[in-house]
Design a protein around this ligand. Sequence first.
Ligand code: C5P
Length: 237
Amino acid sequence: MKIFFGGGLNQRIIVSLDFPAAASAADLVRKLGPAASFYKVGLQLLTAAGPSFVRELVDAGKRVFLDLKLFEIPSSVAAAVAATGELGVSLVTVHASAGSAVLEAAVASAAHFPGLKVLALTVITSMDDEALREVGVVSTVPEQVLRLALLAQAAGCHGVVASPLEARLLRNTLPQEMLIVTPGIQPLEFAKGDHARFTTAAQVIEAGATHVVVGRPISRALNPAISFAALCAELDG
Ligand code: C5P
């Protein structure tokens, strides 16, 4: 089953601009051309290039996922979310583990910007059960992801970020209108024969993710435009 959230398949692929400077990020945007319309800017590029690069992307007609991973007191989070709204950003992330007061403050702030949605980050993909225990969480990763996703839903968040492995569980639990954004995508050629892990873009979308975040499989490809087109074709198939 394919669920569409406006636009074509290419709108469901968010290209991650993990670069140390604006010039290299802009080079990838130029190489991908009009086919790619949705980009993620993370902490590295934002810190290196500043918000003017985000504004340039927006002015060029691109949608921007600003992956701020906010974890602060509610008033600071609300102010930062408002700043992303002023920039014309489409998606911004807040750590769900910051709690419902923070999530609600983010959602209330985003409500002033019709184009802005708040994504709650569940558990960062580098954490396993042991890493959760280290910070006092006795649940397993899937249990914690589910708990935080439900907290995000109750707080009015527009979507969640989770690993490919939790996409199906979340789609079966969350309302259809909630976005499920999934990083950690494997290129098709590396994933052949590894059907158990469900980490190709097509598998993750089939499992219920609304968007996939893809970085190196495109940015490090010999020809990023061809890799992007192949990814669109993979989803179309
Ligand atoms: O691995 P790739 O280059 O496609 O990563 C793109 C983005 O997805 C990174 O910026 C990172 O934020 C996120 N990511 C993640 N967990 C992974 C791999 C990537 O959250 N296992």
